[in-house]
Every structure is written in C-alpha cells, then in structure tokens.
Design a protein. Structure first.
Length: 191
C-alpha cells in the first residue's frame, strides 16, 4: 500500500499544473503530424509501454488515422515500482511476440523519459527481435535526468526533473485519471 493520502480533493496533492488538457492535445497533435509526415502511407507498429502511456497512446493513435496503417502492441515494464525514482532495473511483466515486430518499422510510445535506461533496454529488446527500424516517441523528456544518451525522434516537451503525474502517469497507481499533467507536492511522495 502506498503512502498516498486519501481525501476528497486529489488536486490538493499537486504543487502546480504543467500542461492542461488543451496543451496536452496540442502536444499530441504536434507529434502526430511529425509521425504522419515521416510514415505517410506506411504500416507502423506502435509498441505502447504500459501503464503510464496508455492515455497518451490512445489519443495519438486516433490522430494517425487515416494517414498511417497502425498495428498496436503492448509491453509492460517497470523501473519505478511504487516509488518516485527509477531504480534503473528493468522488470518486464508483458513482452511482445517476435513476429509482431520482425521486419517492421516500430515506434515505442512512452510517457516520460527519465534516466533513459529503461527505454534503451526496450529499444535493444525490440531490435533483437528483428525490427527493421525502432524509433522513440515520448510525451515528456527529463533531459537533465538522463544517465545515457538516447535519440528521441518524436518528443512532446522537455521538462525539469520533477515528479509528474496525471494523464496516465501515476504515483502508487494513483492520479492516472487526472486530465492534466502536474507536479506532486513533495510531502505526498516523500513519506
């Protein structure tokens, strides 16, 4: 059980809102236009990293229609557990089948790039399964937190190294249903 407080108004747990609903849709639109320009008329496999990126991915996938033929696969990995910092260790809970990506152009869809270690391992895993091309798409990027260099072909916004939740991102499985992305107050996650 996480240390998250239970009360009527979860908005009180946020220090500030980084991106409201309208701003998020603008970010998704920008990314979708970049993908459509690069992959017009092509079949692409979107590998959605669960659970944090499912809302972002759903919005993005709809915006790619009818320009790109999209197949969707899911991977569930964790390097956070219920904490606020990445452990750097990748735990794989749901993997993709090799035939889903072999010989295909793949775009990995992630919510936020933190250390970049997890995404690097995911990219190597997909490449080892025989993908023709593996690109990275991330809603948010904490560039100053990167421990390794990684190319993010489709990036929404760069943010400071703050703990963000909402729009699919969570803390202890909470706040995913928040319609905006905000910074949690430290007292919420540092107990």
């Amino acid at each position: 059980m996480s240390n998250c407080r239970i009360h009527e108004n979860f908005e009180a747990d946020f220090e500030k809102v980084l991106f409201d609903e309208e701003e998020l849709q603008g970010i998704v639109h920008k990314i979708s236009e970049e993908i459509k320009q690069d992959h017009r008329g092509e079949e692409i496999v979107l590998v959605v990293i669960l659970k944090g990126s499912f809302i972002f991915a759903a919005d993005l996938i709809r915006k790619l229609f009818p320009v790109c033929y999209v197949r969707v696969e899911f991977m569930q990995v964790s390097s956070y557990g219920d904490g606020a910092k990445s452990s750097g260790e990748l735990k794989l809970f749901l993997d993709i089948k090799p035939k889903a990506v072999k010989g295909k152009k793949v775009i990995v869809i992630d919510d936020v790039v933190d250390t970049a270690l997890t995404l690097s391992k995911i990219k190597k895993r997909i490449e080892s399964l025989g993908a023709q091309q593996v690109q990275i798409c991330a809603l948010l990027d904490k560039e100053e937190a990167h421990k390794i260099d990684i190319q993010i072909e489709y990036k929404g916004k760069s943010i400071l190294n703050e703990f963000v939740t909402g729009y699919g991102l969570d803390f202890g499985q909470k706040y995913r249903n928040c319609p905006y992305v905000g910074v949690l107050k430290k007292e919420v996650y540092e107990k």
